[in-house]
Design a protein around this ligand. Structure first.
Ligand code: C2O
Ligand code: CU
Length: 482
């Protein structure tokens, strides 16, 4: 029941910002939950018995890293110890926390030097499915395994038989099981980014997940890949989406039963296991049309369902305390996503234009961006952040803001805003029929997505593409909230 002085200060600050959750118990009643995470080298078996082990970089030596799990409203302290040979930081992806806890080196904190520690303290204002990862040398650190799930449980969770997590990671391994070198390949950076060849669920290439006829499962899916977009199809099942990026939505059946998640995106699903005992049903990822593969099988045990009638429609999750943007009073900005190869040689198919000015690796690029592969409104911020970078947009505190994200490129971009969740209000001019909150929105090639949010959390916040190669080669910016 001890609450440190520092936690109280952070907690009090959060309350003053209107960020704290409406608590059913007071802050002082909560025991602060403390985790210690060491970022270090470790050996993991990703591909299963009889296959070679892989040297990874991992939090506490496991991939994914330690699952952080707290109850909504509980304050949290995480002491991160850097046992890598290079600087690191940790970003708590999707958590609306005070800016100094956001984990962006140079911008919100000094990098954690090798051998040093940093203590993060905050109280997540929202319940839901989040995750954490480094924000320094991100391509390599995330690509070598530094990532973990961060779950904030509702005080009154929806009733299900089991609460499952699929933490999906995409690795590029060579024949001997080593992580292939070549992070930051310039040609890849201008295309789809570093797509791997080995997909793990909770750190293992999984063949099957055992399920029981009649059970209702809450499945939290996290796409922790560097670059791979997944489009999951649950054969024989009708998953109901109850939350995007940790933020509850009106439960709905995903289009054609397919769940599309770009890098960093999450969804919570309710799946009623109404298949036949003894049968297996495939979960297919067919996002890249010609490269569909079986992710895993849902394998039913022999026992019959103990439920005599199907459960009623899945209930929605309790709302999180999000500030509702007033669209009539909103300030509008257009953000144009620019750059990249003209056409996808690789996965997406399509032709290549030869009319562009820039060249990367002999491939035609759009525009001239002084060595960067990507830009937003003509500005390219590369690497993991530069403190002297001028903000793309400056907003007044509590200003309502609509951002029109216009993708002029031939590639998909999962755009992530730090420190806020936003509503997706339209796609290509058509209003979104659903109330949909996210922290990362996938913008398809040549399409426009409008998002809206209240700039209620002061600080300099990263706004970037979560295809890590895109971020590091220019598709990154700062939104300043004064
Ligand atoms: Cu997962 Cu800058 O973020
Ligand atoms: Cu991108």
């Amino acid at each position: 029941m001890r609450v440190s002085r520092r936690a109280l200060i952070v907690g009090a600050g959060a309350t003053a910002l209107g960020l704290a959750a409406p608590l059913r118990h007071s802050f002082a009643d909560s025991a602060i939950k403390e985790y210690r995470l060491a970022a270090k080298l470790a050996v993991a078996n990703l591909t299963g018995e009889g296959h070679p082990d892989t040297t990874v970089w991992a939090y506490d030596g496991t991939v994914p890293g330690t699952e952080l799990r707290i109850r909504h409203g509980d304050p949290l302290r995480i002491v991160v110890n850097n046992k890598l040979g290079e600087d690191t930081t940790v970003h708590w992806h999707g958590i609306r926390l005070p800016n100094p806890m956001d984990g962006v080196p140079g911008l919100t904190q000094r990098p954690i030097r090798p051998g040093k520690s940093f203590t993060y303290e905050f109280t997540p204002p929202d319940a839901g499915t989040f995750w954490y990862h480094p924000h320094a040398d991100t391509l390599q650190q995330l690509g070598r395994g530094l990532a973990g799930a961060f779950i904030v449980e509702e005080r009154e969770p929806v009733v299900v038989d089991r609460d499952l997590l699929w933490f999906v990671e995409d690795w590029r391994l060579d024949d001997s099981g080593r992580i292939a070198p070549g992070f930051g390949n310039r040609m890849e950076a201008g295309m789809s980014g570093r797509i791997g060849n080995t997909i793990t669920i909770n750190g293992r290439v999984l063949d099957r997940v055992a399920v029981k006829a009649g059970e209702r499962v809450r499945l939290r899916v996290v796409n922790a890949a560097l670059a791979r977009i997944v489009g999951l199809r649950f054969e024989g099942h009708r998953p109901v989406v109850i939350s995007h990026d940790g933020q509850p939505c009106e439960p709905y059946l995903s289009e054609g039963g397919r769940l599309v998640l770009g890098p960093a995106m999450r969804a919570d699903l309710i799946i009623d296991m109404d298949g036949k005992p003894g049968q297996t049903y495939r979960v297919i990822d067919d996002f890249y049309r010609d490269l569909a593969y079986k992710l895993v099988d849902l394998a039913y045990g022999p026992e019959r369902s103990t439920r005599d009638h199907p459960p009623s429609a899945p209930p929605g999750l309790p709302a999180n305390p999000l500030p509702e943007p007033d669209l009539t009073a909103a300030e509008r900005h257009e953000i144009v996503l620019q750059g990249g190869m003209m056409g996808g040689m690789g996965m997406m198919g399509g032709g290549m234009g030869m009319t562009s000015r820039g060249m990367i690796g002999g491939m035609p690029m759009m525009g001239d961006m002084g060595g960067a592969a990507w830009a937003m409104n003509g500005m390219s911020m590369t690497g993991d952040g530069q403190p002297e970078m001028k903000p793309l947009i400056a907003l007044k505190r509590r200003q309502c803001c609509v951002l029109a994200l216009r993708n002029e490129t031939a590639w998909w971009h999962p755009m992530h805003l730090h420190g806020h969740s936003f509503r997706v209000i339209s796609r290509n001019g058509r209003p979104n029929p659903r109330r949909e909150w996210r922290d990362t929105v996938l913008v398809p090639p040549r399409e426009t997505v409008e998002i809206a949010f209240v700039a209620d959390n002061p600080g300099d916040w990263m706004f970037h593409c979560h295809v890590t190669d895109h971020q590091e080669s220019g598709m990154m910016s700062i939104i300043r909230i004064a």
